[in-house]
Design a binder for this molecule. Structure first.
Ligand SMILES: *Cc1c(COP(=O)(O)O)cnc(C)c1O
Length: 397
């Protein structure tokens, strides 16, 4: 016998299945979480790379891709990299994060954010997120820094650990902009550089300004599941000319320009995006405005569809922002309801996923410093990501 509570959990999950399907184009029954969509100029541009032999780390598409990212985001510089994690690593290095420093990151993020900190020899330090942006909470950040940070003449130090705090990384979760303006203020008060993990937020804006242009440096990702893809790829954004030059140098083995000599002036990385991936990226950027329109329309349809399911909340863009709606998410009552929704949807061919396990609960980061993480814990129990591919949404007629 099912208890009444279990039955209602099951009934709510069935309502979720029905609501999700009702938002899709007629006749669609199954869908993955986020699929890439090709069908524009991808074949033509990639074929041109193969025909010309320019497939690797030099070629016209890398330059064009960077130029178009600059144009689209309004950042002064874009440096294309092999993936978003590499872009984050470069951002952190250039911001000065080094051995035995600490870098503040949200506990609720994809593991790459914390890993990039570790690649610099630094230690991630976790702070809470806020309920309505699902991003780093500026009030919690200020409170926590007030409690632990000591601003000395040369550095901001965590007085509990004695380590320097080198930077803060904010992440625009699911494409919804974090409260980046307030976060930038808090960072300024404490003398900390702000880096944006904008891996999920290409096409997201705060008061008309593109995410990834508020901090000192930002990272984009063009992985297969992001808004547009290069297969694998990423980019560093910055408005600072010197940092842009340094990023370019770092990502190309720090080789000094010369007609034939191989001279490198520091330990660099082979992080440059290959031309063949950039070609794919240019073709995807051709379609980015359409993708964004369709994703927005899908989000609106989900909002309508769930209006009649009173137990479920759909996460929407925070006021004053425009989200790319990379990944749509619903909030359910508790962890048991989440698991039942995950079970029923996946069983019926609707790919859904819980949010990431928070960083402080992963074995390699369990001992890292952290503030109060009550909202992250609360969100983690309740968030469910639902199918969000651009082709599920309608194009404006
Ligand atoms: C996708 C993603 C990354 C990493 O990007 P890759 O291109 O997969 O290396 C980093 N941070 C966040 C929040 C992401 O979603």
């Amino acid at each position: 016998m099912q208890s009444a509570v279990e039955k209602s959990r099951s009934a709510i999950s069935q309502a979720v299945v029905a609501a999700i399907r009702s938002a899709w184009p007629a006749g669609t029954e199954r869908a993955a979480l986020h699929e890439p969509w090709f069908g524009g100029n991808e074949w033509e541009y990639v074929k041109e790379c193969l025909d010309s032999g320019w497939v690797s780390s030099a070629g016209k598409y890398v330059d064009e891709f960077e130029r178009r990212l600059v144009e689209f985001t309004g950042a002064r510089h874009a440096i294309a990299t092999v993936n978003g994690t590499a872009a984050l690593h470069v951002c952190l290095q250039l911001a000065g994060a080094g051995r035995d420093d600490e870098v503040i990151v949200p506990a609720l993020t994809f593991v790459a954010t914390a890993n990039a900190v570790s690649y610099c020899g630094a230690v991630p330090h976790f702070v809470d997120s806020e309920r309505n942006t699902v991003g780093l909470d500026p009030r919690k950040l200020r409170e926590h820094l007030d409690a632990v940070a000591e601003c000395r003449a040369t550095a901001t130090v965590n007085r509990r650990t004695g380590r320097r705090i080198a930077a803060v990384v904010a992440m625009h979760t699911f494409g919804h902009p974090a409260d980046i303006v307030t976060l930038a203020e808090v960072c300024r008060e404490f003398g900390l550089p702000l880096i944006e993990d904008a891996a999920e937020s290409l096409g997201s804006y705060v008061a008309g300004r593109h995410t990834g242009t508020f901090g000192l440096l930002a990272a984009l990702s063009f992985n297969g599941n992001k808004v547009v893809t290069t297969g694998g790829g990423g980019a560093v954004l910055t408005n600072d000319d010197l940092l842009a030059r340094a990023a370019r140098h770092f990502t190309t083995t720090a080789r000094l320009p010369h007609q034939w000599s191989f001279v490198h002036d520091q330990i660099g990385y082979n992080y440059r995006l290959p031309n063949i991936n950039a070609a794919l990226g240019c073709a995807q950027l051709d379609r980015l405005p359409e993708f964004l329109e369709r994703k927005r329309s899908l989000a609106a349809r989900y909002k309508d569809a769930f209006a009649s399911v009173s137990e479920i909340e759909v996460i929407g863009e925070p006021p004053g922002t425009r989200s790319n709606y990379w990944l749509n998410n619903i909030l359910v009552a508790d962890a048991e309801q989440r698991d039942e929704v995950l079970r029923q949807t996946n069983e019926q061919g609707i790919m859904t996923r819980p949010v990431w396990t928070p960083m402080h609960r992963l074995p390699m980061y369990a001992a890292c410093p952290r503030g109060d993480l009550a909202t992250v814990e609360w969100l983690e129990q309740r968030l469910v990501s639902i199918p969000s591919s651009a082709f599920l949404g309608a194009a404006r007629g």
